[in-house]
Design a protein around this ligand. Structure first.
Ligand SMILES: [Zn+2]
Length: 312
């Protein structure tokens, strides 16, 4: 199988951030996900790549210069750091750049190949001038502006955010940008407790299950497309709507999450619109469940990628 026939996956798990003991962020999931992909059948259909870090120039397409300077130099206030939720270190800066770089690389690959994914990213709580909720830079917004700059054909970009938490940073950034459409499907009684209205928000009550979720998602995509005809899709495939998630509050099963992924990926690939996928959150008590959900997303993307290649 030639390289061009493989789904390109970008990862940055070698830049795993050392965290204080008992920190609740499951940092190990990135390595476990990459290892599971590399050690199974999927390996022959995918090409794993380490991306370059996002440059200052790229980050400044979205973020304020003062905020970037503070991140780089470790000059964040204690309030700013507490909102982000990670301790500052040079590694934290490197990881944030690399994770954003992975989404830029995935987006550039998807422009050519139709589909690609970052095995991390989805840092949708980051605003132009501040980070929060484990999000330093908004990878998807930076990548959206980077591909718009590089490709004349990419004018309008839509974000389909299916992480259980509202993509408030993305909404804040998209608010002043008519070429960027922020659509979020999330749990209404969940972080961030002060939402930032996006172009389209579907706020679901706790306990929402597969059938209702999938109906709302499909209805939402139809409504989003009434408002914008996108040239490119970023799909944020959070694992945290899972019924067992500690922070999620929704009630989706693993088969339900698979159908969610199939719905989004097939919907837009049927329209021949390129898609870049970011993984976003997942906080199930068993890390294997988080990895399993992310893995299935990649498996579905790989299946669709192969079908597109074969013209099926
Ligand atoms: Zn989340």
């Amino acid at each position: 199988m030639r390289t061009s026939e493989k789904l390109k996956l970008y990862y940055c798990d070698t830049f795993e951030l050392p965290l204080p003991e008992n920190h609740r962020f499951p940092m190990a999931k990135y390595t476990l996900l990459r290892q599971r992909i590399a050690s199974g059948d999927l390996a022959s259909h995918c090409e794993l790549r380490v991306p370059p870090p996002a440059s200052d120039d790229e980050i400044l397409l979205v973020h304020d210069a003062d905020y970037l300077d503070r991140i780089k130099s470790g000059q964040l206030t204690s309030v700013q750091l507490r909102r982000i939720g990670f301790p500052w270190s040079p590694k934290m800066v490197e990881r944030s750049r690399r994770s954003t770089g992975a989404t830029i690389s995935a987006a550039l690959s998807a422009v050519n190949d139709g589909l690609s994914a970052n095995l991390a990213g989805g840092t949708h709580h980051a605003f132009a001038g501040s980070g929060q909720g484990y999000c330093v830079f908004n990878d998807v917004c930076v990548a959206a502006k980077a591909i718009q700059r590089q490709h004349q054909s990419i004018k309008k970009v839509m974000v389909i955010d299916c992480d259980v938490h509202q993509g408030n940073g993305t909404s804040g950034i998209a608010r002043n940008d008519p070429t960027l459409f922020a659509f979020s499907v999330h749990c209404n009684e969940n972080y961030p407790f002060q939402k930032t209205d996006g172009d389209l928000d579907i706020a679901l009550p706790p306990g929402t299950q597969d059938v209702e979720y999938l109906y709302q998602l499909k209805t939402g995509i139809d409504a989003a497309l009434d408002q914008m005809t996108p040239d490119f899709i970023f799909y944020i495939a959070g694992a945290d709507p899972f019924v067992g998630d500690r922070l999620g509050k929704l009630g989706l099963t693993k088969p339900g999450l698979r159908r969610r992924d199939e719905l989004v990926i097939n919907y837009f690939r049927d329209l021949e619109i390129p898609i870049a996928i970011s993984m976003a959150g997942g906080y199930a008590p068993e890390i294997e469940d988080i990895v399993d959900i992310h893995f299935k997303t990649i498996e579905i993307a790989s299946e669709r990628f192969s079908k597109d290649r074969l013209g099926l």
